[in-house]
Design a protein around this ligand. Structure first.
Ligand SMILES: C[S@+](CC[C@H](N)C(=O)[O-])C[C@H]1O[C@@H](n2cnc3c(N)ncnc32)[C@H](O)[C@@H]1O
Length: 397
């Protein structure tokens, strides 16, 4: 397991864990035969199986149909380890490990010791919490994307995170946003950095500048990319919602402890996580003595991911999905009903061609949401996306 810092809190006899994640998403420009899922193969090249089948082709029908746990693998364990060697090396740089794996036709989903990784044809998402260092692996990922996956051009990049509970406990470059931006700029040239919301609940974002310096130019490139990737279902259009919750209901949080729940499956059912977006294959994990992570993947290629730090002194839950709904009303209501946070940051991204293209504008007009009061809201349009950020707190606060 990674060297995550879990610090004892002498007052509450609780432990401190930094649940807030760093999230990096890189989109590569569509290219014939290029596929990031080729990276899952071993560096030795020993894995047989059809070129397009990836892990499933090698592990057989059963594994292709169902999700499976690396920890539970028997004789094939060392073969699987070989297959995952490239990602494992990357994640070592980040200071986390793969715990579990599931997949759909469009996306490979990894549960990590500190959150999740999603790999599809041209999109790579890494979300890690604790004191992990995701930006330190970007150079290695760009090299693997080029040399193993055939992706030579980056189309867009999003790096975001909420403000940490303990920023000074983070390792460089994550101990301040300026250092993160400096490192990102060293990979991608001049990006654009945003800080939204009030100091303690602020949300940081880095993304690329339009190539020709205008939003219209980037939207043009986005349209061309969409056309080039036509037939690659699940790649385009794009929309993502994140709900980053703190001060959660202790009764709900107790579900995500081994003392309360016999298994991750039990916690998933009791909390109602399985009902948030029905029809997903769920890969869930319950940590010892507490903590929970899950990935869900759907047949159409969309995903959801939930991570839970239940410790009372630092309770935190994150929800993220790219489910293509036109309105987020139901999803948001189900998430808030399941977790009952004291406050939360909501972010929604959508491209103009997404089913939820109007969602960022709709949300900005909501002064309250399911019993929560909007404390701050910001809206912006950039890089072919519209974005809404809002901070909500429970009535009365
Ligand atoms: C990895 S999980 C989910 C973190 C997530 N980013 C969130 O939203 O809170 C973190 C929870 O698991 C617990 N945990 C137990 N053992 C752990 C380990 N070896 N590594 C990381 N977390 C562990 C932590 O105390 C914390 O409650």
């Amino acid at each position: 397991m990674a060297e995550t810092e879990i610090i004892s809190n002498s007052e509450s006899n609780d432990q401190f864990f930094e649940g807030v994640e760093k999230l990096i998403e890189i989109w590569f420009t569509p290219a014939k035969q290029a596929d990031l899922r080729k990276i899952t193969r071993g560096v030795t090249g020993a894995a047989p199986g059809p070129a397009s089948a990836g892990l499933a082709g090698w592990l057989g029908e059963a594994a292709a149909k169902s999700h499976f746990y690396i920890a539970k693998m028997g004789p094939r364990d060392c073969i699987l380890r070989n297959l995952l060697q490239q990602w494992e090396k990357v994640l070592k740089i980040v200071r986390c490990e793969i715990i579990s794996f599931t997949k759909s036709e469009q996306v490979d989903a990894y549960v990590l010791s500190e959150s999740s990784m999603f790999v599809s044809r041209r999109r790579w998402i890494l979300k890690t919490c604790g004191t992990t260092t995701p930006l330190r692996c970007v150079r290695a990922v760009l090299a693997l994307a080029r040399d193993t996956a055939g992706h030579a051009r980056v189309h867009n990049v999003f790096y975001s995170r909420r403000e940490f509970a303990r920023p000074h406990a983070q390792l460089t470059p994550h101990d301040n946003f300026d250092s993160e931006v400096e490192l990102l700029d060293s990979f991608f040239g001049d990006g654009r950095a945003y800080i939204m919301g009030p100091e303690k609940d602020c949300w940081y974002l880095y993304t690329l500048l339009p190539l020709e310096g205008t939003v219209a130019a980037l939207e043009k490139e986005h349209r061309e990319a969409s056309e080039a990737s036509a037939g690659c279902a699940g790649c385009e259009p794009d929309q993502t919602i994140e709900i980053l919750m703190s001060d959660l209901d202790p009764a709900v949080m107790s579900i995500f402890t081994r003392a309360h729940s016999a298994s991750a499956h039990h916690a998933t059912k009791e909390s109602g996580i399985d009902k948030i977006i029905p029809g997903m294959v769920i890969d869930d994990y319950l940590f010892d003595p507490c903590g929970y992570s899950m990935n869900g993947v759907a047949k159409d290629g969309c995903y959801m991911t939930i991570h839970i730090t239940p410790e009372r002194s630092c309770s935190y839950v994150s929800f993220e999905s790219n489910v293509p709904v036109s309105s987020y009303d139901e999803v948001v209501a189900r998430v808030l009903h399941a977790f009952r946070p004291g406050r939360f940051v909501l972010t929604v991204f959508a491209t103009p061609d997404a089913a939820g293209s109007a969602a960022p504008r709709q949300l900005k007009s909501f002064s309250s949401l399911c019993g929560y009061e909007q404390k701050e809201a910001q809206y912006c349009r950039f890089s072919g996306y519209e974005l809404h950020y809002a901070l909500y707190a429970k009535f009365p606060s």
